[in-house]
Design a protein around this ligand. Sequence first.
Ligand code: KIV
Ligand code: ZN
Length: 391
Amino acid sequence: MSKTHIQIFDTTLRDGEQVPGCKLNTTQKLIIAKKLDILGVDVIEAGFPVSSPGDFESVKEISRIVKNATVCGLTRAVENDIKVAAEALASAKKPRIHTGIGTSDSHIKYKFNSTREEVLKRAFDAVRYAKSFVEDVEFYAEDAGRTDNEYLARVCEAAIKAGATVLNIPDTTGYCLPSEYGAKIKYLKENVKGIEKAILSCHCHNDLGLATANSIEGIINGARQIECTINGIGERAGNTSLEEVVMILKQHPYLDLDTNINTSMLFGMSQLVSESMGVYVQPNKAIVGSNAFAHSSGIHQDGMIKNKTTYEIIDPKDVGVTDSAIVLTARSGRAALAYRAKNVGYDLTKLQLDDVYVNFLNFADTKKEINDNDIHQIIETSNVYQQIISA
Ligand code: KIV
Ligand code: ZN
């Protein structure tokens, strides 16, 4: 039986790019959009066209060049935003307008000085107006994570009546626990009239480090789209990380959920976004960090050298990383030293290794990490060097 498809909606160029310091020019955005299309994302959120002439231009150009993915433009529930987004998306093969409004009591009171009934009407009107330009309209209920479920269900119903094809349920402030977010999606699946006409989408922020967990809980409870960014970049603590959710589904096949992503491109994609934005990836970042496949303690290295499955749940090649690394530090054991020495041409006997290891520990205490040149130096200055080279 074939697996259920989860749509990957990439918002690197919208929610990711709106972060200070991450600004990209149109050429950089086009390069990233082209690569996202080849990566296999279902939707590229290309920008917020009304926000600036530059963003309008980028969405327009991206719409022209993307071959497979749906191209999406963000708007507020404001007629002019929607009209401008429709213009920017005019040459997209598959255009989508993403419109919406804040639905939590906090947004209704402090942002809009309005009422639940007025906001509900604005949601309906915005979707209906967007529908006059494109068939595919996604509605977002901003701050849905903190919105009362009964009211949220009524807003979703109104959006569906107006023609929404996708209902985005953002945990805008990253507040929800995975169980709460999952229960919210389940509640909407069970209580929104007409829900079979639309798909539910997870858009989770990472303020409490729960964005990935919440998105996964969302799809387990019936959502069929995840909104995410490369390297998890985005507002404040970021968005759900694309590489994490994709690899979670791949490594847990019994969930029977899959994506179209060519995972062997993930590392290259991460590097491209990091270099274009000038935002480095933390070394311990899951999947794409420089330490994600590096093993440094003696106990782990010993296991890895015997069999990689002892400490690795992902084959690094599956995400485009050439190989795992056995990193030599003062915490490394003899097995790792012998392994790395062999890689640079020394096949040490047990007695030779004992001697070289003493030299290695003295050296390693003075340095963070031992490289191949250091290994040569350590062996050349050991008591057994002559014996090693004359063997
Ligand atoms: O986090 C959020 O609520 C958003 C919406 C604009 C979709 O980014
Ligand atoms: Zn967001």
